[in-house]
Design a protein around this ligand. Sequence first.
Ligand code: F6P
Length: 327
Amino acid sequence: MSSIKNIGVLTSGGDSPGMNAAIRAVVRTGVYHDLEIFGIRRGYQGMIEGDIFKMQTTDVSNIIQRGGTILKTARSKEFMTNAGMEKAYAQLKKHNIEALVLIGGDGTFRGAAHFFENYTIPAVGIPGTIDKDLVGTDFTIGFDTAVNTAVEAIDKIRDTAEAHDRLFVVEVMGRDAGYIAINSGIACGAEDILIPEQITDINEVLARIDYDERRKKTVHIIVVAEHDDYGGAKEVKDIITSRFPSLDVRACVLGHIQRGGAPSYSDRVLASRLGFAAVNALIAGTTQVMTGIINGKVVYTPFKEIVKDGGYAIDNDMLEMIRVLSV
Ligand code: F6P
């Protein structure tokens, strides 16, 4: 058991629906165990600036259902510098913060790993990102909600595509990861799904459009993850239009709507389990790990493993299934 009394909690990087539910679980679990919980606003940037305040259970009332993050978030360039990290550590000492709960994604844990090479403070991470591009967990907080948002939007696009006999290229988020594209594409019956993890054979995409045209299949939805080899929706649309000038093609970028909105029930439950587990881990003396859920069970993975390049992979069976179901 640790002797930690004061824990700081922050959200960092891109926000994701369910971050508030995680903050709530951290605060309430801490208070239950007579710990003091301090909110750090705007992620690592707020740590550097000492934007830190004591949280009560009432601060987290009525937030489990809200998107965004009450702690606000940022991508701090200053934290990547030695001077920034030194300032951040000095602020933790000044506020007598003895341990940290870090809620965020890839960038958050890369920042953490760098910080902990130079400074020693117990910390536990919680995976909060719509991208689901982390090892050490089957799901990340916000992914389910983001995919549902994309599915709702693509279903609506299919209605208008059908009415006009149009081909749509729909761009979803995911930075360098294709999980949102794959899952929303499968759920919406997309005719093609283009993801960064797989080299896009544009001739194959064009051949499929040609085949569909010849068999009078007039609606064609292509879901493309941002940062695919050929770019996003606009670039793919331009290629299709130059090859098939008579086709009515539209590009649609879903963008940041995927990051907002009320979290789904499963993101709320996931966030609650991980927030609870993170504080319990710190109390038990487990540190420098990220909490995750694998096969339904809470697991802890060292930060160093989380940020290893090429750690996660798209399931090949899933890719094969996409090819089969879109014949
Ligand atoms: O990491 C989450 C994410 O939404 C990515 O999918 C996307 O590439 C990126 O953040 C966008 O970041 P920003 O909101 O800073 O433009």
